[in-house]
Design a binder for this molecule. Structure first.
Ligand code: CDP
Length: 208
């Protein structure tokens, strides 16, 4: 079984994917971490605000598992940089095969795979067995991200978080390559007024 989960920033897609992976014994890949990993490498190797597409693509090819476990991966400036590098075609190309191989060759003890991101159902895995697209009002998503940062002991301002999410959504939706949009066969889940358990329960009803 191969499941694609896409959605807007902080819509709950990562949480949904993780929970479905546990429930159905699937290998899970958070593809946002790949773009965040490239962003971190760039933030550390270049002071330049203008990202060079060549440098970004070569950093994408050098990505390691250590990068994907870096504690700075989910900082707000990493998020903003991730959505900038994600609009560079050579970066997306460099990360494409890894994602498709992950989905098609889960470890032997797993019964399939689940990937979450922005273009999983449309570009990476157009033949996925099930596709979900998560969304919720921006205020709700901003509040969730704010609570997440505060609970990790980081300082955060709600207005800045909201503006950052809106800017990323706009950039992700309007880029010419692999824009954020639901696949035509995606099941839409509005996670806004649901608890995590309710969201997971609803998704499971479409799978079994
Ligand atoms: O967790 P959150 O929804 O805030 O973000 P994420 O899923 O970690 O993704 C970070 C950024 O990476 C997004 O804003 C996108 O620009 C980019 N991304 C992408 O373009 N394609 C993907 N498959 C996953 C992430």
């Amino acid at each position: 079984m191969i499941i694609a989960v896409d959605g807007t920033a902080a819509s709950g897609k990562g949480t949904l994917a993780k929970r479905l992976a546990g429930h159905f014994n699937l290998a899970h890949l958070d593809t946002g971490a790949l773009y965040r990993g490239v962003a971190l490498r760039l933030l550390r190797c270049s002071e330049d605000a203008d990202i060079s597409p060549d440098l970004a693509a070569s950093e994408a090819r050098l990505l390691t598992l250590d990068d994907l476990n870096d504690p700075d991966l989910r900082l707000e400036n990493t998020s903003a940089m991730a959505s900038k590098v994600a609009s560079i075609p050579a970066v997306r190309q460099a990360l494409l095969t890894y994602q498709q191989d992950f989905a098609k060759h889960p470890p032997d003890d797993k019964d399939g795979s689940i990937l979450d991101g922005r273009d999983i159902g449309t570009v990476i895995l157009p033949d996925a067995d099930i596709k979900f697209f998560c969304d919720a009002d921006i205020e709700i998503r901003a509040d969730r991200r704010y609570q997440e940062l505060i609970s990790r002991g980081e300082s955060a301002k709600y207005a800045d978080i909201r503006a950052g999410l809106a800017a990323r959504d706009d950039r992700d939706k309007s880029r010419p390559i692999a824009p954020l949009k639901p696949a035509i066969d995606a099941i839409m889940i509005n996670t806004g007024h649901m608890s995590i358990d309710q969201m997971v329960k609803q998704a499971i009803t479409y799978i079994v």
